[in-house]
Write a protein of this length. Sequence first.
Length: 102
Amino acid sequence: MTEVKVTYDKTADAAYVHLTEPQTPVKSAYMYPCDPVDADGMINLDFDKQGRLIGIEILAASTKLPTYLLQTAKRLDAEGTAEHHARSEQAGAGSASRRSEA
């Protein structure tokens, strides 16, 4: 199964679904805004120069996307960065204590 990269900024409540190869950054050539009245939110479609869909931005993401998707998305906000640093420090402390036991 192909994995799709999703990023989420909880502060802005905005998510981005990346539809390109993770190792190949592609710039958006143009954006098509969708403002579905019934969806009560904004969705933007990003296209490359060849007209291929490369990403989807979802505003008010917490009301539009499943919770599991937002919880597993790469966090871009300060809270997500702090959680990432805390996990990294815990992992580093664990490996440091294993080294000192040796």
